[in-house]
Design a protein around this ligand. Structure first.
Ligand SMILES: [Ca+2]
Length: 331
């Protein structure tokens, strides 16, 4: 899909800030320990290399070990509800997903009417634990480090980090995000589906939670905790978007901001990590292929990017701390 040129400018790619942060980011803090069981400690990369079928898990004391990979993904699409069936719409979706009804709405940026069919969507962003199951099944690549400087660039990349199993997977390029959703018998959302979801359908909400301005209770963005975290490691310190401390200078475990849920109970549509969509666009600068993404991140400084109608573009090969994904499935 290649949307027509829009009358309003898109958000600039994140590359400038992201690159600046990566260049002088400190090394990741060491985990407390690696009791990898039948896996092998990989101290150079601060992780356990686990055998097939197992994934790394870290306990509250920071000890990493290899555990059985979770199997949250049904191997077959659930049967659609029959006409007149008593099953609720939510029951038509697999565990961890919720049903979103069909509708027609004007896309915020283009004002063009868009039709969206009913679909199931993940309640949460895809986690490190989720993605690790795909790696264990040899269906996904390990996320690369954020830049060519592996040690410094990996600071906020969650894969392999102690205590990050329930954080969103990040530092994945578009192809890796798409491959994960395929593994899970799902797909990335289209850009239109994402906006319909975040605007709460025909409620046309400004933010996923409604109309209230963002604050530390609703989303993981760059709060007052954020600039200090990046002091001295970026040429330009990020600016706080909100006056409060949201508790997370980097990503947060998914679902940490229940007041930020949308009407269907979907978490973290605003903040935490940007989310790749399946939709494409063309760079106005050089005509190269871009992918649309949505929702802002833990480093977002401008509340505009949290709005349900804000679209942003990024090169599909971009790998940053700030971008992850969630998946959908057609009903
Ligand atoms: Ca998000």
């Amino acid at each position: 899909m290649a949307p027509a040129p829009s009358p309003t400018p898109r958000l600039a790619p994140l590359a400038a800030l992201a690159l600046a942060v990566a260049l002088i980011a400190p090394e990741a803090p060491a985990a407390t320990g690696y009791a990898c069981g039948d896996g092998k400690p990989n101290l150079a990369q601060k992780r356990c290399d686990c055998p097939a079928g197992k994934v790394e898990s870290t306990n509250a004391k920071g000890i990493s070990s290899c555990v059985e990979a979770p199997k949250p993904f049904p191997s077959a699409r659930p049967a659609p509800a029959r006409s007149g069936a008593a099953a609720s719409p939510a029951s038509r979706c697999p565990d961890g997903m919720v049903a979103i009804p069909a509708g027609t709405f004007p896309l915020e940026e283009t004002k063009r009417p868009m039709n969206v069919a009913a679909f199931c969507v993940d309640v949460n962003e895809v986690t490190v634990s989720d993605y690790s199951a795909c790696i264990a099944a040899n269906a996904c690549a390990r996320p690369g480090t954020w830049s060519s400087d592996a040690a410094k660039g990996s600071q906020a990349c969650n894969y392999g980090r102690a205590g990050r199993a329930l954080h969103p997977i990040n530092c994945v390029v578009w192809e890796e995000a798409s491959a994960y959703c395929s593994f899970a018998h799902k797909r990335l959302l289209t850009d239109e589906e994402w906006e319909w979801l975040a605007r709460n359908g025909d409620q046309a909400s400004k933010y996923p939670w409604g109309s209230a301005a963002p604050d530390e209770s609703r989303a993981n963005v760059c709060g007052v905790e954020c600039p200090e975290h990046y002091r001295g490691i970026a040429p330009r310190m990020p600016k706080a978007m909100i006056a409060g401390d949201d508790g997370f200078a980097e990503s947060a475990p998914v679902g940490s901001f229940p007041k930020g849920k949308n009407r269907w109970g979907v978490n973290d549509l605003a903040g935490n990590v940007w989310e790749w969509t399946s939709s494409s666009d063309v760079s106005p600068k050089d005509g190269s292929s871009m992918k649309l993404m949505r929702g802002g991140s833990f480093l977002s400084e401008d509340p505009t990017v949290l709005q349900s109608g804000l679209r942003a573009v990024e090169r599909p090969e971009t790998r940053t701390w700030q971008i992850g994904m969630r998946c959908a499935r057609s009903l």
